[in-house]
Design a protein around this ligand. Sequence first.
Ligand SMILES: Cc1cc2nc3c(=O)[nH]c(=O)nc-3n(C[C@H](O)[C@H](O)[C@H](O)COP(=O)(O)O)c2cc1C
Ligand code: SF4
Length: 377
Amino acid sequence: MELTKLFSSAKIGNVRIKNRIVRSATWLAGADEVGYVTDDLIETYQKLGEGGIGLIISGYIGVHEHGSGNYRMTRLYNESYKVGQKKLVSTIHDTSDSKIAAQIAHTGSNIIREGYELVGPSPIKVPRSIKLVRELSINEIQEVIKAFIKTGTYAYECGYDMIQLHGAHGYLLSDFLSPYTNKRNDEYGGYIENRVKIIEDIYHGLRDKLGKKFPIIIKLNTHDNLKNGLTLEEGKEIIKSVVALGLDAIEPSTGRTDPKFTDNKSFPAVVTKNPEEENYFSHIARELKPLMNNCALILMGGIRNPLAAERFLDEEIADFISFSRPFLYEPDLAKRWESGNLDSAYCTSCNACFGTVLKGKIYCPVKCKQEKKSINN
Ligand SMILES: Cc1cc2nc3c(=O)[nH]c(=O)nc-3n(C[C@H](O)[C@H](O)[C@H](O)COP(=O)(O)O)c2cc1C
Ligand code: SF4
């Protein structure tokens, strides 16, 4: 089987992407302590571009000082951040023909760094904190909406090819979607239409600023596996609303990054031990794709085998296939597959990479061990 589809070009909105391989947003913890892009981070992105990826989605970028509560995540909420971001984007464009999207996010109640206040739609308890999440007032919600629009506009000015809103994994926008975390009874809570409103307001504001041509895409939780949380049935209604809005692509996802929240059952980067457990989101995508009309579906979740990726495209379950952890191990994975070596990604989906974050930029310890072993042999 050849990878004809995987290496064919396709468009998201007006932007043509050379192949269907997407680097799913991956927070690399490689900015400095206050979110400025570093040369080392740029080098890492350069390798991804040179590695043959069609579309690189950046790790999440904070839209607000209070919404940047994770270690060394990049930020883009004032002019001073634009210098490094511009350099990162132009490096990708100058050294490869990859496209790059800015994933913009507010960390909300899903904060792991000391000194940041947990905020969200409603005052709920999260396992990480003894304090309740502080409920945002309507004025503060308007501030958040403005912050997303400002950061999206800055991303456009920095040369990014598109924006991805982060509406997944327990960060602020996904907390509005789930009835577990959103118990408001004003215009931003209650019925599904109200829970999606924050995303709609951001989308309209961005379109007003950036026009119809600049692609806006979203990573979106379609369910969260919490008792009284977001069900897939509701997730499907949300998908329909987002498609009707005019977003150019959706990367559906699930769960929360705080493993304690769901007894580790719904962590978005699932540990898989054998090939049967791979592609863990494809059965959901199969149900979502018929709802998506012309909006592209980016399929993520444990995909390791290029032939499986090709099959999902061939069966029209997905328009693009995204990978996160495999590119930590092999930034040049796309090139390897294109050159005819069709071995599955070498990433073993063990999640040991998460343990490296306190020391600095994330890396793959499994690969390091392999390299040390081969030097010693
Ligand atoms: C180290 C790490 C950082 C991640 N950072 C982000 C992020 O910034 N934004 C996001 O939407 N998802 C993030 N994810 C989730 C991935 O984008 C992806 O959805 C998930 O890992 C499943 O894909 P995979 O099986 O190919 O790794 C991260 C995952 C990992 C492993
Ligand atoms: S530590 Fe390496 S092998 Fe394990 S999941 Fe992370 S990238 Fe993959």
